[in-house]
Design a protein around this ligand. Structure first.
Ligand SMILES: Nc1nc2c(ncn2[C@@H]2O[C@H](COP(=O)(O)OP(=O)(O)O)[C@@H](O)[C@H]2O)c(=O)[nH]1
Ligand SMILES: [Mg+2]
Length: 252
């Protein structure tokens, strides 16, 4: 047992050379107790090299796997290196390192919480997302809230803190494409618990979002399908105190 928890910040980054250094500076300033891992998801703009020169630990995928694969590499690293907590922070500057403390306070305040999500919709400030995207988010939020039996306001937020049980689950099984919504469902089916806390989110500082306007219909359909498939998917149940068994994957 550690006197104080060991913490890892995972920054998935795909072609984020415009913003990665600012993100690393901000993590260093606000959460100096967190080790930092940048997962360079096959960037072609030197993101990984920049991060390494700035002193971050970098795992580089030889080719682009997508956000899910990038974040799952982070979970896997956190599990193998025995971290107590892992926070996921975008490499585009949208998430504010100064708010990681609020995520940690929520987890510290309730030992049953396995995942704390920063929600941009529980606060009046900041950049809520373009209207098309916001509509999608609210539809997912409505559906998920009913499916998991608790209010979920920002199911696509990638600003999340996980404890050991969350890390263990997602190191073994994490959705690939647009993973955040389905991950909320997984937390529910594996009988883990989540909470949301209000955070401010900024506009991305450069580069390109995975969900550009032309792709938003595709995104909606794909995530809705993932939710419905997720409902009928067989999953091993993790009892309190257990970690997910190694065979916890691919059980459609
Ligand atoms: N677009 C995109 N982002 C990726 C990929 N792999 C990792 N990422 C990183 O995942 C994070 C979230 O992606 P982003 O496009 O900002 O998603 P959004 O915030 O939901 O619009 C960013 O830090 C990206 O750099 C990928 O294949 N595509
Ligand atoms: Mg982003």
């Amino acid at each position: 047992m550690h006197a104080s928890p060991s913490n890892l910040a995972v920054v998935p980054a795909y072609n984020e050379s415009a913003t990665i250094l600012g993100v690393l500076d901000s993590l260093r300033e606000h959460v100096p107790s967190f080790d930092v891992l940048v997962v360079d998801d096959g960037s072609t703009d030197g993101t990984g090299a920049l991060a390494r020169e700035a002193g971050a630990r970098v795992v580089r995928h030889p080719f682009n796997l997508g956000i899910g694969g990038a974040v799952q590499s982070g979970f896997s690293f956190a599990l193998e290196n025995d971290y107590d907590r892992m926070v996921q922070v975008d490499g585009d500057g949208q998430h504010m390192a100064g708010e990681i403390g609020a995520l940690c306070d929520t987890m510290d305040g309730d030992p049953h919480v396995d995942m704390v999500c920063g929600s941009r919709f529980l606060t009046d400030h900041g950049y809520p997302a373009p209207i098309s995207r916001r509509t999608g988010i609210h539809i997912f939020a409505f559906l998920l809230s009913r499916l998991v039996g608790q209010p979920v306001s920002d199911p696509t937020s990638g600003f999340r803190l996980y404890n050991r049980r969350g890390i263990a689950l997602f190191a073994r099984d994490y959705p690939h494409d647009y993973p955040e919504v389905e991950a909320v469902l997984m937390v529910h089916f594996h009988r883990l618990r989540m909470r949301e806390v209000p955070v401010r989110m900024l506009e991305r500082g450069g580069g390109q979002s995975s969900i550009r306007s032309g792709k938003s219909v595709y995104y909606m359909i794909k995530v809705l399908l993932a939710i419905f498939i997720g409902l009928v998917r067989r999953r091993p149940v993790v009892e309190p105190g257990d970690e997910a068994p190694v065979t916890a994957t691919h059980g459609i």
